[in-house]
Design a binder for this molecule. Structure first.
Ligand SMILES: Cc1cc2nc3c(=O)[nH]c(=O)nc-3n(C[C@H](O)[C@H](O)[C@H](O)COP(=O)(O)OP(=O)(O)OC[C@H]3O[C@@H](n4cnc5c(N)ncnc54)[C@H](O)[C@@H]3O)c2cc1C
Length: 597
């Protein structure tokens, strides 16, 4: 049975010594954020997920969700009780505004807890995750009355949320969607259509489910510009807020799927269900993007979280499992073989994952801090800067983290040999669970197109310019440092690859868009590597400072420097291969005729 220990010490190190989040005390929500508060929240959060949620992860996978004859859906044993405890303890509302009953803490703190939540039980974590995503859209485009009606109940977890985009014939290309919204005399809309793959579409955890549904009105363009967003509650809400009649929305079936069995993935039938327009007519995609951007960072975190828990288990196994002798001679002469952790190839898998997990954690938290700064910084200029950085790095965090999350989960499984393929060890569940993160919330191919086609050219390349200047400035400031110097020089080479690939795309993709399409995934990975390299440099800077302090935990900081060196020598050089892939263009990708495949 797999185990999980939340990496509290590492998160505290990043928040306090790398990002210095207590220094933002003058910003709203940060007033009380001290190392003590961080320690208390993370400590309690770790205890909760380790004791309550992680033990339900395997049973959630094995039993899964069940649809009853009447269309109701039962979540796996233990989920309902755990959800009640989760909501009562206030975990759902950590970063929700106090005016809606939340705790008003910065997003960066909630993000730290969210990593633990997902590592312990990804399928469970999706229920509150979707509620927070739906709240993000209501917060931005809802009227004051709509916010007052939905947000407090959702922040408490009494009502949960969903997002309904996908239909049988349309996933990526939402312009094709067919769900209709007919205006009624009373100002509400009759919503009719079928949505598929709807996560948390029906379940027994909350008393009401607030569906956010994309649909087209009859007089709207039959394209992506004619889509509006509607709130469709499972139970209608009476004046005064009590629950009224059952709305005409139901779960037609549960999808049989590869992983995340504890999360209900539903076919949802809307049969003239009562819906309420939220935001402007035909501007539903704008609202949905707000929700999807929040959700994309959350999905990126799924890659990191599963990579972390899978690596933890692989490391325990590798220290314990004895097989073969070290290439340099026996290390464990009392036994007939050495633990497999002596083998460089096993180390390679563990070190690669560790370098990603620790660097990725720092990058995820840095990204979450930018979300806070984009909303709360004092000046328009700094808000815009952070907003540009989040916009640029959101597809990178989603795409790069989930590709690496899957790769690390399979490598962790590989460390178990044949036992990794056997159910009871739990490793194959991690592989199955994390696989979806590369697909939903826009496939990783679509994330890469978003990066190259939208985020790079926007505002004349302002966001990339801001980002490369930031990295350049760090390199210049540390080039002659004793420990950091060689690492920032390597980061400089990687940044050169990024600049060269960007320049090539600017020259060759305008006239020939297939060049952008063919190079977009390698480009996203290139940027992911540079971003991790930048974070690793900041981690090493903090570790060097930590080592110089009295009474430091030397091995913790030294391990950081060692892991950083592994990252810079064994992982970061991939940027050159990615640059070459971008520069190879589309010719050899596109020349075969479709029938040849
Ligand atoms: C378990 C699960 C949970 C989900 N939860 C939700 C949910 O809660 N709400 C919701 O609305 N949806 C949900 N989805 C749907 C999910 O977001 C879609 O499956 C996903 O966006 C891809 O759409 P699709 O399956 O129609 O694939 P398609 O759009 O048919 O894509 C097929 C392939 O073609 C590629 N492709 C398509 N168009 C392009 C293009 N223009 N350029 C380059 N490549 C392209 C894609 O990258 C992909 O590789 C869920 C799906 C699953 C499996």
């Amino acid at each position: 049975m797999p185990t999980y220990k939340a990496p509290v010490k590492d998160t505290e190190f990043i928040l306090n010594e790398v990002l210095h989040v207590s220094d933002y005390e003058e910003l709203e929500g940060f007033e009380e954020v001290t190392p003590d508060l961080i320690s208390a929240i993370l400590g309690e959060g770790a205890k909760f997920v380790e004791e309550v949620l992680q033990p339900l992860n395997q049973v959630g996978d094995e039993v899964g969700c069940r649809r009853n004859e009447d269309g109701s859906v039962a979540t796996p044993p233990g989920f309902k009780d755990a959800y009640e405890k989760f909501c009562q303890a206030g975990w759902l509302g950590l970063s929700v505004e106090t005016e809606f009953g939340g705790q008003g803490l910065p997003h960066v703190i909630a993000n730290a807890f969210e990593e633990y939540l997902i590592s312990s039980n990804m399928a469970f974590a999706m229920y509150p995750g979707l509620t927070l995503g739906a709240m993000a859209a209501i917060r931005i485009v809802g009227t004051p009355v709509q916010k007052e009606l939905y947000m407090p109940k959702m922040a408490e977890g009494h009502w949960s949320g969903t997002m309904n985009l996908t239909e049988p014939h349309c996933g990526t290309d939402l312009g094709l969607l067919r769900t209709r919204a007919e205006l009624r005399p009373d100002g509400t809309y009759g919503i009719t259509g079928t949505k598929i793959f709807i996560s948390a579409g029906e379940h027994d955890l909350s008393e009401n489910i607030i569906h956010l549904v994309l649909a087209k009105m009859p007089d709207s363009p039959d394209t992506v510009r004619g889509i509006s967003l509607f709130v469709v509650p499972k139970f209608l809400i009476n004046e005064g807020g009590s629950l009224g009649e059952r709305n005409h929305v139901s779960c037609g079936a549960l999808e049989e799927k590869m992983g995340i069995h504890g999360n209900s993935t539903c076919v949802m039938n809307y049969d003239d269900a009562t819906g309420y327009l939220i935001g402007e007519k035909d501007k539903g995609m704008r609202a949905m993007f707000v929700m999807m951007n929040a959700a994309r960072l959350g999905v990126g975190l799924q890659g990191l979280s599963i990579s972390e828990v899978a690596t933890q288990n692989a490391a325990v196994y590798a220290r314990d499992r004895i097989q073969g002798r070290a290439l340099t001679g026996p290390k464990n002469s009392a036994e007939r073989a050495d633990p497999i952790i002596v083998h460089p190839d096993v180390r390679r898998m563990l070190m690669t994952a560790r370098a990603f997990n620790e660097g990725g954690r720092a990058l995820a938290l840095w990204g979450a801090l930018q979300v806070d700064l984009a909303h709360r910084s004092a000046t328009e200029e700094s808000r815009q800067k952070s907003d540009d950085l989040v916009g640029l790095l959101t597809p990178v965090i989603k795409g790069y983290f989930t590709d690496k999350g899957f790769e690390n989960a399979t490598n962790a499984q590989q460390c178990f040999g044949g036992h990794g393929y056997i159910r009871e060890w739990g490793m194959e569940q991690f592989v199955r669970d994390v696989r979806i993160a590369m697909i939903y919330e826009g496939t990783n191919g679509i994330q890469a197109l978003d990066l190259v086609g939208r985020k790079l050219p926007r505002n004349g390349g302002r966001a990339l310019n801001t980002y490369t200047k930031l990295v350049d400035a760090f390199i210049v400031a540390h080039e002659v440092d004793e420990i950091l110097g060689p690492l920032v020089v390597a980061l400089g080479h990687a940044l050169d690859d990024l600049k060269a690939a960007t320049g090539w795309l600017m020259k060759n993709a305008m006239t020939k868009p297939d060049n952008a399409g063919a190079g977009s995934v390698p480009y996203l990975h290139l940027m992911g590597l540079v971003a991790l390299g930048h974070m690793w440099c900041q981690i090493v800077e903090a570790a060097v400072t930590g080592l110089s302090r009295q009474g430091n935990d030397a091995s913790f900081y030294e391990n950081k420097i060692t892991t950083a060196r592994y990252f810079f020598s064994h992982v970061l050089p991939e940027t050159t291969v990615h640059r070459k892939r971008v520069e190879a263009g589309a010719d050899n990708v596109m020349s075969l005729v479709a029938e040849a495949f």
